[in-house]
Write a protein that binds this ligand. Sequence first.
Ligand SMILES: Cc1cc2nc3c(=O)[nH]c(=O)nc-3n(C[C@H](O)[C@H](O)[C@H](O)COP(=O)(O)OP(=O)(O)OC[C@H]3O[C@@H](n4cnc5c(N)ncnc54)[C@H](O)[C@@H]3O)c2cc1C
Length: 445
Amino acid sequence: MYDPLVDSNPGRSQPHTPSYWVDTAGSPPPDDGPSQGNLEVDVAIIGGGYTGLSCAYHLAREHGVKAVVLEANQTAWGCSGRNGSFARISGGRVPLATLVEKYGRDAAKAYFNEMHQALQTTRDLIRIGDIDCDKQADGVFKVASKAEHVAALKREVGMYNSLLDYPARFVEAGDLQGVHAGAESFGALNMPDGFSMHPLKLAWGIQRMAREAGAKVHPGSPVTDWSSSAGGHRLVTPGGVVTARRVVVATNGYTSRELSPSLTGRILPVHSQIIVTRPLRAQEKAASLPGSDCMFDTRNLLFYYRRLPDDRILFGGRSAVNGRDAENLIHRQRLLDALCRKFPVLNGIQVDYNWGGWVAVTNNSLPHCYQVPGLQNVYTGGGYAGSGVSFSVQTGKRLAQMLSGDSRPTPVPFLHEAPKPFPFQSFLRVGQRMAYAWYRFKDAE
Ligand SMILES: Cc1cc2nc3c(=O)[nH]c(=O)nc-3n(C[C@H](O)[C@H](O)[C@H](O)COP(=O)(O)OP(=O)(O)OC[C@H]3O[C@@H](n4cnc5c(N)ncnc54)[C@H](O)[C@@H]3O)c2cc1C
C-alpha cells in the first residue's frame, strides 16, 4: 500500500481501493482525462479529494477562476472516497475544554462556528447540486463505552450549552436503547446536527459541479516534480508540464515527502481502517444499532460506526502504523473483536468489506488553511485528523477565498497559520507505536 512517508508519489491512474463505497456508487461522472501536453494555467490544484474539488467549484462559481485539478489516480482516490461517511460539526481532534484552555473562549467559539458552517456548506452543496448521495437524517451520538466516562460527557454537554449556546444533550443509558443497544452503552452526548451519506457519491457530485462551473478535472496526473521561479510554478506530470501562476496543494494525508520541501514534515499520515459486515437480521439489528445515526465512542483510540441503509454495520478505528503493515489481517480482526465486544449478538458475523486510508494529523491536532511559507502564491489546507468530511469541503471554499485576495477568511486565529513541522521526524512512527500501545492498555483497563 502507498505510504506517504516512504513512497515518492501515490502512483498513477490506480483504481479505487475495493470497498463497500466503490461497489455501491454506480458510475463515475465524466472527467477531463489525464493532463496531456504543456498547459499554462492560472490556478493548478494538486489532489482531487473534497478539498481540491470544493476549491475548484468555489473558485469557478464564486470567483470566476477556472482552475485545473491534477489528481494522481481516480478522483476521490484518497480519503474522500473511502471514509466513514460522517459529516459532523468536527475538524481535528482537540476536545472543547482543551481548546478553551489553550486558545481562549473567543477562539473556541469562532472555531465552533466555522465547523458549524462547514456542515452547512456541505448541506448546501448537496442541495444546490442535487447530489444523490443517500444523505441520512441528522443525529450524532458520542457513546460512553465505560460507566466512568459518563461524568466527563455530562460536563462536555454543559460546555456546549453554556459556552456555545448549542443544544447538545445527554441521553441516559435507559433512553439510548432505541438507537444504541449492546454491552458498551452507558449513556451518550447527542448532537442534533451531523449526518451520514455515501462519501464517494458526495465527492463525485462535487466533481460534477466543479466541471459544470468551468473547472477541469484531470485524473491519472500525479505531480512528480515541482519547481518554482518568478514566472510561476512548473508541475511535471507523466503527460506533460503544467505551468501555473498559483498552486493549491490539496493532497492532505496523501502528501509524499518529495512533493515540496516546504510542506515536508507538517502532516503525519495516520492509518484508519473500516470493516463492513453482512446485512443484519431483525433481531441482530434490535440488539445492536436499532437506529441509523452516526456513532462514535469515548475511547482514546475511538471507534466510529453506523448501520448502513442496507442494514450492514460499518465499523472503523485506528489500525496500522505504516503502509507495509496496513494489510495485515490482525487489524481487521481487532475491529471485528471490538465490534463484537460492543454488540455480543454479532459474535461470528461475516465481514464482507475491509479497507483503510491515511488521515492527516498536524502537530497541534487542528486543521489549517494557509499560504505556504517560502513559496509564492501557493496555498494549502488539511490536517483534519479523521474528521474532515465537512471541514475539507469548507476548507476548499476558504482556499478559494484566499486565492481571491482574502488572506484570513475566518476569524479563527490558528487556522491560517502554517502548522509547525513535527520534531524528531525519524522517530514519529516509533512514538506513534508507543502511544497506541499505551492507549490500548488504558482503553482495556
Ligand atoms: C478510513 C477513513 C475514515 C474516515 N472517516 C471519516 C468520517 O467518518 N468523518 C470525517 O469527517 N472524516 C473522516 N475521514 C477523513 C476524511 O475522509 C478526510 O479528512 C477528507 O476526505 C480529506 O479530503 P482531502 O481532499 O483533503 O484529501 P484526500 O481525499 O485524501 O485527497 C488527497 C488526494 O491527493 C492525491 N495526491 C497525492 N499526491 C499527489 C500528487 N503528487 N499529484 C497528484 N495528486 C496527488 C491523492 O491521490 C488523493 O486522491 C476518514 C478517513 C479515512 C481514511
